[in-house]
Design a protein around this ligand. Structure first.
Ligand SMILES: Nc1ncnc2c1ncn2[C@@H]1O[C@H](COP(=O)(O)OP(=O)(O)OP(=O)(O)O)[C@@H](O)[C@H]1O
Ligand SMILES: [Mg+2]
Length: 255
């Protein structure tokens, strides 16, 4: 029975700005080790959903369970602990510009996890090594490429030992030749068993890696299913229309 409890369940997540409902009753579950990919047109609600999942955006409605336990936002300590278990990767890296790569990874370990500086440093070096950046650890973000910055951001999230990672278009701010170095790291993290929800336009990578695609439009989850089904045999006309455009534009591993 315990095997069937999803690691994360999100139910009826809803967000309004003024009278516009940008997320409408979004419900999804993800099992340990799975990768779910959010796809859909710009403005469809992908970033809003990801940010509501770790409460960076306060939803108007919606419930979340991690490991079968409901997260009650009003209980600040629980919320704080939950956020540590949910790593977030942003399109624009969100690094501290005044800190080296090493310090960007180390700081949360000291401040949030309460580790000693030495222990945090050792762990940060290990995580930077894991993303291939050991030789760049003393450089500042301004001295790193976009791909390297995103890898620092992934190392920082991994250092917190999250149960799940949320990635919001992690490669869309990158030059084409830097995209694959970040996708390779994400592939490795996935192979190590990390549970992930990611929005991306990298449809080839996504169709090769994802367990499930989630198609979001106008704030609603229209359809979910295995990548090949969603891309080529979707139930809804809107999903088919969107997917035929993206497969034409970007291709996929099935084509
Ligand atoms: N702070 C805000 N105030 C008002 N409206 C907002 C705000 N943030 C997002 N929105 C609106 O919410 C809707 C969903 O936006 P969201 O960023 O979640 O879409 P998305 O699917 O991530 O798009 P993209 O593919 O372009 O990243 C959009 O219509 C957007 O304009
Ligand atoms: Mg977005």
């Amino acid at each position: 029975m315990t095997d069937t409890v999803p690691i994360l369940r999100v139910e009826n997540m809803t967000k309004r700005y003024g009278d516009k409902e940008v997320l409408k009753d979004a419900t999804l579950s993800i099992n340990k080790g799975e990768l779910k990919v959010l796809i859909g047109p710009s403005g469809g609600g992908k970033s809003t959903l990801l940010q509501c999942i770790n409460f960076l955006i306060e939803p108007d409605k919606g419930r979340i369970w991690l490991d079968g336990k409901e997260i009650i936002r009003a209980r600040k300590k629980e919320l704080y602990q939950y956020r540590q278990k949910v790593g977030m990767i942003f399109q624009d890296f969100n690094l501290f510009d005044h800190l080296t790569a090493l310090n960007n990874v180390q700081i949360a370990l000291v401040k949030v996890k309460g580790m000693s500086r030495d222990k945090a440093r050792d762990m940060a070096i290990l995580e930077l090594d894991r993303v291939g950046l050991r030789d760049h650890m003393n450089q500042y973000p301004a001295e790193l490429s976009g791909g390297q910055k995103q890898r620092v951001s992934i190392a920082r999230a991994l250092a917190m030992d999250p149960e799940i990672m949320l990635l919001d278009e992690p490669t869309s701010a990158l030059d084409p030749e830097l995209i694959s170095e970040v996708l390779d790291v994400i592939r490795d993290v996935r192979a190590d068993g990390m549970t992930m929800i990611m929005s991306t336009h990298q449809i080839g990578f996504a169709s090769e890696m994802a367990d499930e695609f989630v198609f979001l439009e106008n704030g609603s989850i229209v359809e979910t299913g295995p990548p090949e089904t969603i891309l080529y045999k979707a139930q809804c006309a809107r999903t088919r229309e969107f997917c035929s455009k993206i497969t034409e534009l970007y291709g996929s591993s099935f084509s």
